[in-house]
Design a protein around this ligand. Structure first.
Ligand SMILES: [Zn+2]
Length: 324
């Protein structure tokens, strides 16, 4: 109940009750309401500005957590990148060296991720630098991993090829030299006095003496491309080993290998003899690369110890005329 207002009347010396109009009362009411309302707004503003609500506190904490997790994720990506760099370096400097292949240029390995535009939509987000940086790193990593996996495919193929090559190229003696009494190198690769013409002539292989009927071994995997008799080489076999290598086994007494036959290293392809242009029972053995004879002495690495090899080189160097 509102208190009534009074006005002192000096004429009547009494208090007259002030009768206020409805409009005036409403106006007073409105002013009071307005001032209270303004005060409330100011108070609310101060509360919201300086004190967080429990909900806000929770959201802020969650935001901080997300940010921390993102930083951790970014560190993990960085770590993965270092692991991959290590793999790339081993690939370039070890695996590719073993298989005689060029390293992958870094311009290909670490090609850029194609302009900044693709990350533009992330610019609006808070902590855009952190998020763009991580997104960029993950994209680069994905590309580098793809290139690395392709490289390993290539290395695998080269390794398979290398195993095949190691099994194919000549790598053992065509006759067993374990019994020194029956087999010896009597002539090596190079210019030798020809036994029949008595003039220096290029000897394109190595001669191994032995008794007729001694087994002759294929020195690497391959396919027999010649198995026949002619006046010079007598009964002879030529094996194509692939990888541009061929071997010739001449003056055989008897041939076992047939033309077109697949041969494994160590298979007996025939027996030592004295057929064709030959001055005594022996095997004339040639190694050819791109159809050019090369010194067979470098192709016995599978079955000779370093000492045996040295002895063989010494014997080969001291030989005089060839036997064919
Ligand atoms: Zn010879």
């Amino acid at each position: 109940m509102r208190k009534a207002g009074y006005h002192f009347n000096s004429d009547t010396l009494s208090f007259d009750k002030i009768e206020s109009s409805l409009r005036k009362r409403l106006w007073r009411l409105f002013k009071k309401f307005f001032s209270s309302f303004s005060l409330a707004i100011v108070m609310l503003y101060l509360v919201y500005a300086f004190i967080d609500s429990p909900k806000e506190k929770l959201l802020k904490r969650k935001y901080e957590e997300v940010l921390t997790q993102y930083s951790l994720l970014s560190n993990k990506v960085e770590h993965l990148d270092n692991v991959l760099k290590d793999m790339e370096s081993r690939d370039d400097n070890i695996y590719r060296v073993i298989f005689e292949t060029d390293p992958i240029p870094s311009s290909i390995r670490r090609a850029g991720s194609g302009g900044v535009d693709q990350y533009e939509h992330l610019r609006q987000i808070d902590n855009a630098d952190l998020i763009i940086g991580t997104a960029k790193k993950i994209d680069e990593l994905s590309k580098a991993i793809y290139i690395q996996s392709k490289s390993f495919d290539k290395i695998e193929e080269l390794a398979k090829n290398k195993i095949d090559m190691l099994a194919s190229i000549p790598a053992i003696l065509p006759v067993s030299l374990k019994d020194k009494n029956t087999h010896q190198v009597t002539s090596s690769f190079g210019y030798r006095m020809h036994p029949i013409y008595k003039t220096p002539k290029f000897h394109a292989g190595m001669d191994f003496t032995g008794t007729i009927g001694t087994p002759i071994y294929a020195t690497g995997n391959g396919v027999v491309i010649e198995s026949k008799f002619d006046k010079g080489y007598g009964r002879h076999v030529v094996i194509d080993h692939g990888f541009s290598y061929k071997t010739l086994y001449a003056h055989m007494d008897k041939i076992l290998a047939k033309k077109g036959q697949k041969i494994k290293r160590g298979d007996v392809i025939g027996y030592l003899g004295n057929t064709g242009l030959s001055t005594g029972p022996h095997l004339h053995y040639e190694v050819r690369k791109n159809d050019k004879p090369i010194d067979p002495i470098n192709f016995y690495f599978n079955d000779l110890t370093p000492d045996e090899f040295e002895l063989l080189v010494e014997t080969a160097n001291n030989t005089g005329q060839s036997m064919d």
